[in-house]
Design a protein around this ligand. Sequence first.
Ligand SMILES: Nc1ncnc2c1ncn2[C@@H]1O[C@H](COP(=O)(O)OP(=O)(O)OP(=O)(O)O)[C@@H](O)[C@H]1O
Ligand code: SF4
Ligand SMILES: [Mg+2]
Length: 344
Amino acid sequence: MSEAPLLEVDDVTVRFPAPGGGLLGLSRREVKAVNGVSLTVRRGETIGIVGESGSGKSTLGRAILGLDPVTSGHVTFDGARVSDGRRDVLAGLRRRTAMVFQDPANSLNPRLTVAETLTEVLRVHAKVARGAEAARVAELMRLVGLDPALGSRRPRDLSGGQCQRVGIARALAVEPDLVIADECIAALDVSIQGQIINLFLDMKERIGLTLIFIAHDLAVVRRLCDRVAVMYLGRIVEEGPTEAVFAARRHPYTAALIAAIPEIDPDLRLPDAPMGGEPPSPLSLPPGCAFHPRCAYAQETCRTGEPPTLRRQDDHGWACILPPGTLSSPAASTLGRQPQELSA
Ligand SMILES: Nc1ncnc2c1ncn2[C@@H]1O[C@H](COP(=O)(O)OP(=O)(O)OP(=O)(O)O)[C@@H](O)[C@H]1O
Ligand code: SF4
Ligand SMILES: [Mg+2]
């Protein structure tokens, strides 16, 4: 019998009032940040979420943790419906989850030493008895590869990589069942990025960490994540086991992201503008498949009606009318355009 998933995201939509939304809000324009996302995360699994800037990755992560309100749909964490906004349920969720942010230095309190930062979390979450805090702080620091002697330092006396390790130690201090890391290595040097990735791999091995890893860096996602979900304008357009998605992408957007990168390894990154054309605004999504204005495979049926739903075959989902196998050949992976057009 398979274990129940730790997290289930069911048809979640997040809308925000548009900036400057009109007199008394009468125009009611909305930013459609997340549009009907469904996702399952099992215990011990690492799932990467990738997509261009503005595709809704952070909003999805924040909505999962109850930091952004869910407009419709449900988030269920360990069997409890957490998206209904009930305070006691949300408090339970916060005790069992943690977020690691992009900017390591600014996400720490500059006035507190490393030891004070970690002790504060242990106290708020009542994780250890008063006398045992110092030992637990040292243990957490060792766990993330920091010398406990750095416990008396403040963020300004630490490198970016060390600050991020403190950020991860702070997240792990709550002994979370789920960590969401949002672009948490983007601001670090490449060598430090590698160390943080090794740290996550180690955590996965040693404590069975369940991780949602939001990233622009496809090489890291490939190295770290069991599964990958590709987002485009608030929707998951492809999702599946990482190697299956890399080996046989089924959505033209995923294919373009991969094809727009000159070297697949070792420094495979998701450029900010991986293909020609800007993504349409989340204020007014195109009808039909939202990717159709940029898709070389678009057909008449793609331009009208509802967006294609996520189909599944072999545990690999894709939201496109194309049959699996269409994009597997190297020529097809450039969407029929020249690679330089795609990366322009
Ligand atoms: N609180 C908010 N109010 C209004 N609009 C918002 C809010 N938060 C996010 N948005 C909008 O929602 C859309 C998705 O934003 P989000 O930050 O989730 O994207 P992202 O994929 O994380 O992008 P990036 O890679 O740049 O971090 C964007 O159009 C953004 O401007
Ligand atoms: S549904 Fe049509 S427009 Fe959308 S990605 Fe597939 S082929 Fe392209
Ligand atoms: Mg973001």
